[in-house]
Ligand binder design. Structure first.
Ligand SMILES: Nc1ncnc2c1ncn2[C@@H]1O[C@H](COP(=O)(O)OP(=O)(O)OP(=O)(O)O)[C@@H](O)[C@H]1O
Ligand SMILES: [Mg+2]
Length: 256
């Protein structure tokens, strides 16, 4: 593996620290290994409460590894994770979910032999019920197609609808922080637009989002803050807008 590149900050670190609210999630020096492979190396991130933060990077950069470690599904070799002031570094996955950190995994991972309704009910499980009518109404307003397909088997949904279901299922858990792993993957551009519109709307309703994407342009467009991961190291950070105009991002990810 290549040596980690030094992180380049599009804005001087701490320049606006005085105005910046305390982070919803603060990651310091996170390192994650697969055996002897160092997949994520000492990365730092701060997610603003109520904001959209994007983590972008190429295939194999370490994005999913980062998310899995944040959810407690992969062990952290070193570093710390603070959520709303609490150190959650060593908590088990179910304890992390109980804090309100819910992940929409890569590849959706919906239960294809179950109905749309059953998938949604399972989403509410962590709250000890199968979802209130209000919860269902909220996700139907976001994704009307799920209402139309409610009693159909989830495996019969299109790829876009399955992604909608995966997001809706996570919302049924009433998260405080939603982690999304490549929600645009494999979807037609028009469906990607639909998903991103829904993400904006969810965020406008107050939910903090952490969006992992290979679709660098779309992700940085909706994110207030972005991070660029390269070979397991943080290469760049800045506002979404700054990164969209950064020469390295333009050249390496946007083909400009
Ligand atoms: N289970 C595993 N065992 C060993 N190495 C792994 C495993 N999963 C991922 N890796 C390696 O860790 C690195 C980071 O992978 P990761 O899946 O986090 O990348 P990613 O940024 O999510 O990529 P993509 O955009 O393709 O999903 C890659 O080099 C990958 O080959
Ligand atoms: Mg991935």
């Amino acid at each position: 593996m290549s040596a980690p590149a030094p992180a380049v900050h599009a804005t001087p670190a701490g320049a606006d620290a005085a105005q910046r609210p305390a982070a919803a999630l603060e990651v310091r020096g996170l390192t994650v290994h697969y055996g002897h492979i160092e997949a994520v190396r000492g990365i730092d991130m701060a997610l603003e409460p109520g904001g959209i933060t994007a983590l972008v990077g190429a295939n194999g950069a370490g994005k999913s590894t980062t998310l899995l470690a944040l959810s407690g599904l992969l062990p952290k070799v070193s570093g710390s994770v603070i959520f709303e002031g609490e150190d959650i570094t060593r908590l088990a996955p179910h304890q992390i979910v109980a804090r309100g950190i819910v992940q929409v995994p890569e590849g959706r991972a919906i239960l294809t032999t179950m109905t749309v309704r059953e998938n949604l009910e399972l989403g509410a499980y962590r709250r000890g019920n199968s979802g209130t009518p209000k919860d269902f109404d909220y996700v139907f307003a976001l994704f009307p197609r799920l209402k139309e397909r409610l009693d159909g088997v989830a495996g019969n949904l299109s790829g876009g609808e399955q992604q909608m279901l995966a997001i809706a299922r996570a919302l049924m858990a009433k998260p405080r922080l939603l982690l999304l792993d490549e929600p645009s993957m494999g979807l037609a551009p028009i469906v990607v637009q639909e998903i991103f519109r829904a993400l904006r709307s969810i965020n406008a309703d107050g939910l903090t989002l952490f969006l992992v994407e290979q679709n660098v342009r779309q992700a940085l467009k909706i994110a207030q803050r972005g991070y660029v991961l390269e070979n397991g190291s943080m290469a760049l950070s800045g506002s979404g807008k700054e990164l969209l105009n950064h020469p390295r991002v333009l050249q390496a990810y946007l083909g400009v």
